[in-house]
Design a protein around this ligand. Structure first.
Ligand SMILES: C[S@@+](CC[C@H](N)C(=O)[O-])C[C@H]1O[C@@H](n2cnc3c(N)ncnc32)[C@H](O)[C@@H]1O
Length: 227
């Protein structure tokens, strides 16, 4: 199915949020990292500004910076309206209120947009839709990250998730997924079955992290090679 820009609601998180969501240590950020479903997050741009390198994968990157900016402008007001209507479903500790959330998200997405063309020329932003085979060699990365993509969109189903994770584990030694919740803040129905399948080939762990915005979303799933 074609990936249509008018079906995307761009919404990007920051380096600080990635560090907390994935419990990234000083050593982790020096690793070769691939971030899947990275969208308009500023993680890649901020890491690059710190002299570190991340490869981001997302079908969003087939569109131009101008088109992505237009889509952000079209959708931002509606997303903020929905956040306001559903404010009780979120934890307002690190982020005080909807106004601060809008400020953080828009700053992150502007940072991404400023970096996007240059990052594409450096192959830091790769247009690719999972679960198709990525253009990377076996073991190309030490760490894979999925923020608010895998598991969140559980409507993509068990087969999609199994295939996407198998492909990511071909190119990465370790994958961290945050949160372990779908869009309704529930555990995906197929989660047990997915862990059973992955457990045949990989080491699986679930860890609590110092980040919770979706209520109950304070755990990451870690999948490692090594069995
Ligand atoms: C909610 S956004 C998360 C963006 C970013 N990771 C963050 O946390 O700020 C989900 C992202 O998943 C991307 N996505 C959707 N389908 C995908 C696929 N098949 N393969 C890779 N990324 C996909 C979307 O384009 C979007 O940018």
């Amino acid at each position: 199915m074609a990936f249509e820009l008018n079906s995307v609601v761009p919404w990007g998180r920051t380096f600080t949020e990635y560090r907390q969501m994935f419990n990234l240590s000083a050593g982790d950020v020096t690793k070769k990292i691939v971030s899947i479903g990275d969208g308009p997050a500023s993680f890649n741009a901020e890491m690059y500004a710190m002299g570190k390198r991340v490869t981001s994968i997302d079908p969003l990157y087939q569109f131009s910076a101008d088109d992505i900016r237009k889509r952000i402008d079209e959708t931002c007001v509606e997303v903020i309206g929905q956040m306001r209507a559903n404010a009780d479903k979120f934890v307002w500790n690190n982020i005080r209120d909807v106004e601060e959330l809008q400020e953080i998200r828009m700053t992150a997405m502007n940072h991404f947009l400023q970096d996007f063309n240059y990052g594409c020329s450096q192959q830091r932003y790769i247009n690719h839709a999972m679960p198709a085979k990525t253009p990377f060699a076996d073991n190309a990365f030490e760490l894979g990250l999925s923020s608010h993509f895998l598991l969140l969109y559980d409507n993509l189903g068990l087969k999609f998730h199994t295939e996407a994770i198998q492909e990511i584990m071909r190119i990465c030694a370790e994958l961290r997924i945050f949160p372990i919740l779908n869009l309704n803040a529930a555990t995906p129905a197929f989660f047990g079955e997915l862990l059973d399948a992955l457990g045949l080939n990989f080491n699986i762990d679930i860890q609590k992290v110092d980040y919770e915005f979706q209520k109950g979303g304070n755990q990451m799933l870690i999948i490692k090679r090594g069995i």
